[in-house]
Design a protein around this ligand. Structure first.
Ligand code: HEM
Length: 451
């Protein structure tokens, strides 16, 4: 008898002791919702609604073991069939939203471009773009760190993945991506939705934004075709690949749909991490001076990939930002078969939310969890099962393909900026919003001066 056929014996997970309103809030207020509500309810808690056909049952998972049981499965038992994944297919099918079976080959195809060794070839763009923007910020005096780090990460992804110099167009592209993510979140979080094809104003705005983003990607595909030796490695790889179903080359539409996710996933997340790191350093001059000292010890040259081992504090600051402000605060899956999670039976059909933010802020897992303290990562070794309490890039087979890219970009970006500029954060709070990923919900103002 295979594992899948063996009857599963485990107690059912307890229902979260909440009224309907608070249960619905837990579904929509993704970041603090599962944090505050779920921790009180237990490591695995159910949220069920009536009538059942209208809203499927949900399970909130907030323990490292539960996270491993869901995300660590390599057999697709917890698949990407959540409403959010299905809605995101309005932008095309790609490695992010494909269900398990067609995803396997796609991930295998793309993986070699995102190894630690390979992403090092993109490093030049990262430090160079950060250098150019920092000089501009110093001239301006006061900047919005949220807006400016988005410009930076869009430029980097444009150069390194698309082979395009987006220049000032990065400013226009950012808001379009925001519209797409806002539309996706609004639809995914609403328990009852208007039919997908209804011509609502929101759908109209989404289609306009999608057309604008796609036209930039189409331009990159045309340019890559014309210049096979250019920078656009990811596009070249896709141009040379075959569709596993037909054996024929991927169509331009398939390539465009794949690239779209790299544009979206590859900039919004890293920009939040950089904005949060700069804001946190801008509130702690002592820590900022220590980091500047680390960069100065490199001898005044622009930080490069070879300097990473010497940038230990810089890396810790990024790890701590990702802990406090994880751009993916909740990871969702659908149980496609009965399974045991954290010792409880989760029936097939349950929508599972792994509370990354909740675990990153759990006082049982972290000392003084709301304090920004990068030095906690100096001695911490997140190995074995313990690593499931820290999941900024997810875990298991569908963890972030861009994790090395993002860490390299953030570390070189941060070191380059702090090496040149002094940051003075003007706001006491970092405003959090959740248009799909967790981002700044308003301007993050800072005074920038030459160091
Ligand atoms: C700080 C930056 C980033 C964070 C925090 C982050 C976080 C995540 C997380 C948590 C997942 C897993 C989602 C899930 O299991 O449902 C994910 C998946 C993914 N990320 Fe990232 N990401 C970041 C940067 C990037 C970059 C730079 C790229 C591309 C250049 C990228 C591309 C992707 C893709 C394609 C997936 C889907 C992988 C798959 O399903 O096989 N991400 N990311």
């Amino acid at each position: 008898m295979s594992t899948a056929e063996r009857p599963i014996t485990a107690p059912p997970a307890p229902e979260a002791p909440l009224g309907v309103r608070r249960k619905l809030a837990a579904l929509t207020v993704f970041h603090t919702g599962p944090g505050d509500v779920a921790r009180a309810a237990g490591p695995v808690a159910l949220l069920t609604f009536r009538p059942r056909w209208l809203i499927p049952p949900y399970a909130m998972v907030t323990s490292p073991q539960g996270a491993r049981d869901v995300l660590g499965r390599a057999d697709g038992a917890f698949d990407k069939q959540h409403i959010m994944h299905r809605q995101s297919q309005a932008f095309g099918r790609n490695v992010f939203n494909l269900p398990h079976d067609p995803w396997v080959g796609r991930r295998r195809l793309l993986q070699p471009l995102f190894t630690r060794r390979h992403v090092a070839t993109f490093a030049g763009h990262m430090a160079e773009s950060a250098d150019t923007l920092t000089a501009e910020w110093i001239d301006r005096g006061v900047v919005d760190l949220d807006e400016q780090t988005r410009r930076l990460t869009l430029r980097v992804i444009g150069r390194s993945v698309f082979g395009l110099d987006l220049g000032e167009r990065a400013e226009q592209l950012g808001p379009h991506v925001h519209v797409l993510l806002g539309w996706l979140t609004a639809r995914a979080q609403r328990p009852v939705r208007a039919p997908g094809r209804l011509p609502t104003p929101a759908r109209h705005r989404m289609r306009r934004a999608l057309a604008a983003v796609r036209s930039v990607i189409d331009e990159a595909i045309t340019a890559a075709r014309a210049d096979p030796d250019g920078d656009a490695e990811l596009i070249q790889l896709l141009l040379q690949s075959a569709d596993p179903d037909t054996g024929r080359p991927l169509t331009d539409e398939q390539i465009r749909d794949e690239l779209l996710v790299f544009l979206i996933a590859g900039h919004d997340t890293t920009s939040t991490t950089l904005a949060y790191s700069l804001w946190a350093l801008g509130r702690d001059p002592g820590l900022q001076d220590r980091l500047a000292g680390e960069v100065a010890a490199l001898g005044g040259r622009r930080p490069s990939v070879d300097d990473l081992p010497a940038l230990a504090l810089t890396t810790r600051v990024i790890h701590e930002s990702l802990r406090i402000c994880p751009p993916a605060p909740v990871i969702v899956r659908s149980a496609v078969q009965d399974a045991v999670v954290g010792g409880y039976l989760i029936p097939a059909g349950t929508q599972v939310m792994v509370g990354v933010y909740a675990m990153h802020h759990d006082p049982a897992l972290w000392a003084d969890p709301d304090r920004f303290d990068p030095d906690r990562f100096a001695t911490l070794r997140l190995a074995g099962d313990d690593r499931w309490r820290y999941l900024p890039f997810g875990g298991g087979p569908r963890s972030c393909i861009g994790d090395h890219f993002a860490m390299l970009e953030a570390a070189l970006g941060l070191a380059t900026i702090i090496g040149t500029a002094r940051i003075d954060a003007l706001d006491d709070e970092f405003p959090i919003a959740l248009p799909f990923t967790l981002t700044a919900g308003g301007p993050v103002r800072a005074r920038i001066s030459r160091r």
